[in-house]
Design a protein around this ligand. Sequence first.
Ligand code: MTE
Length: 322
Amino acid sequence: MLIKTSRDISESEVTDKKLYLKRREFIKRTTALVGVPAMTGLFMSEVLAGEKLTSVKKSSFSTDEAMTPFDKISHYTNFYEFSTDKEKPAELARDFKTRPWKIAIEGEVKKPTAYDFEDFIKPHALEERIYRLRCVEAWSMVVPWVGIPLASIIKRLEPTSRAKYIQFETLYSPLQMPGQRPGFFGSGLDWPYVEGLRMDEAMHPLTLLAVGLYGEVLPNQNGAPIRLVVPWKYGFKSIKSIVKIRFLEKQPITTWSAMNPREYGFYANVNPNVDHPRWSQKQERRIGSDNWFAPKKKTLMFNGYADQVAGLYSGMDLAKFI
Ligand code: MTE
């Protein structure tokens, strides 16, 4: 992970939500004028980001910690397909085309199928899950995601008994994603971004496929139209803008561990007792509520979800399986 020494973004650099909504309102009105059939795909994605999601159930898995403001969540992002700079994806992903969007289901599954995004999520109820997000770079947020438990989706897809792992893949589209183009200022990552989980981790009730945050459709820079959220693991496991889900017999390759296995493992469980080779993981900076000089928070084992998930790793040496 490229650790930036730059300061946190200041309030004035963050798009004011009123301005942001005004712009959306303008787009909606213009859309109404030109009529839906006349819209191009790019225009369509503009209209969808920020739209209210309805019939969202609350969840007992939510934390009651103070939520990170929307502007911080949407303007302090890691989305290397657009930029390694945290503030830039909000701007660079503005016209990212999230409709039409296909999700291909492959591998050890009853019926490999490519779904339209809408058909993929339609059979499921949406839930709000307010989770802590802990990045491997030692910062954290509290995010009110809206999504579907991955377990319900997996059950519907009916993997075979050989499926022991699941791999996710992000869209590959260098035309839309400047960070995927070859060049000197790239991140050095191999594209497309891939991530994976063991099947029992994927089936855990905390694991979510998110389609929204703060009750609205996901902003493009946060991984629209659909991204993974695994709250007890470092944020890089929570892969964005998913186009493929593969059921596998063997542990899959994952982007960051392929890049540097000594620094980023397959498991990537939040663990204050195992430091990153280049920095401590004992503490974290909570984005939004503080600044670089404010006291840090103690990082908790499994990001505070130990009661729910520690059993998944009993007997495993977590200093070895990082
Ligand atoms: N997914 C893709 N495809 N590309 C990325 O660069 N960054 C990861 C993860 N998912 C990333 C990604 C990292 S390092 C983190 S911390 C989280 O997304 C950040 O999610 P957020 O930007 O919505 O807070």
